[in-house]
Design a protein around this ligand. Structure first.
Ligand code: HPA
Length: 268
């Protein structure tokens, strides 16, 4: 709580408005920041207790401003387990967003498809997840002032937000998929056998982020919507995957994601 408060106090000393929505921008999705009427940007490196993002395609700052007439805060860059951070560091920004006052959290990520009907550039609304060896960030002493020891996970992704996102997509002729996201540690992409296993497990996409953040949000009672951009196909086709390919595919699909997030924020 002390770490959270320090970060929140610092941010509020620079930007005093209360954001209504927090948005986390995944790999290759940083251009979404162009949609925001920016009022203030704060580098992660300046925020007390924040880790510093090390990944290409993640610029590492909080962007405060207006989107669809609402105050929002966007995180350009997030923290991944594969970077070597401990889970507490990975979820600290999510906790800070909550204590800055956000009422809804929108997450995005790049993911590989394990559903054979998906193609590169598809959006997938996450309706559930499976954590595959990504440590639960709530392991350790629980602070009851933040949330309960044993959080319910029956609806980590809010149905009403999913339905709103689907309606917006339909209205704008955006083809959205819906499915289960598996989180892995990375940084290796999956072997053919691993993609196959994830497919057999019943999951539709796999990525290296999001789940730990969602757990932190659920712990705090913060409603979440998460959308994956399918950047590569894990099964079926040629599966030599590069980070550059992931970034490019995410960047190409970004306008569709921006449309959904923008209209959703207007409705919140
Ligand atoms: N696997 C894991 N993480 C990813 C992938 C993938 O295929 N694509 C983008 N992030």
């Amino acid at each position: 709580m002390e770490k959270i408060n320090e970060a929140v106090k610092y941010i509020q000393s620079i930007y005093s408005e209360i954001p209504a929505v927090g948005i986390v921008l995944g790999s290759g999705l940083g251009s979404f920041a162009n949609e925001i009427k920016i009022e203030k940007e704060i580098s992660y490196g300046d925020i007390p207790n924040f880790p510093v993002s090390t990944v290409k395609g993640h610029s590492g700052k909080m962007i405060f401003g207006e989107l669809s007439g609402k105050k929002v805060v966007a995180m350009a860059g997030r923290f991944h387990y594969y970077e070597g951070y401990n889970t507490e560091d990975i979820i600290l920004p999510i906790r800070v967003l909550k204590y800055l006052g956000i009422k809804t959290l929108l997450l995005s990520n790049a993911a590989g498809a394990t559903n054979k009907t998906f193609t590169v550039g598809d959006l997938m609304i996450i309706n559930d997840h499976i954590s595959l060896l990504t440590p639960n960030p709530l392991i350790g002493k629980n602070d009851e002032s933040i949330g309960p020891r044993f959080p319910d996970m029956s609806e980590p992704y809010k149905k009403d937000l999913i339905n709103k996102a689907k309606e917006i997509a339909l209205k704008n002729s955006i083809d959205v998929k819906e499915g289960i996201y598996v989180s892995v540690t990375g940084p290796t992409f999956e072997t053919k056998a691993e993609y196959h296993m994830i497919h057999v497990l019943g999951a539709d996409a796999v990525g290296m982020s999001t789940v730990q953040e969602v757990i932190a949000a659920v712990h705090m009672g913060l409603p979440v919507l998460a959308i994956s951009v399918i950047t590569d196909l894990g099964i079926g086709e040629e599966n030599i995957i590069t980070h550059e390919e992931v970034l490019q595919a995410a960047n190409d699909a970004e306008p569709k994601l921006a449309c959904i997030f923008k209209e959703l924020v207007a409705q919140l």
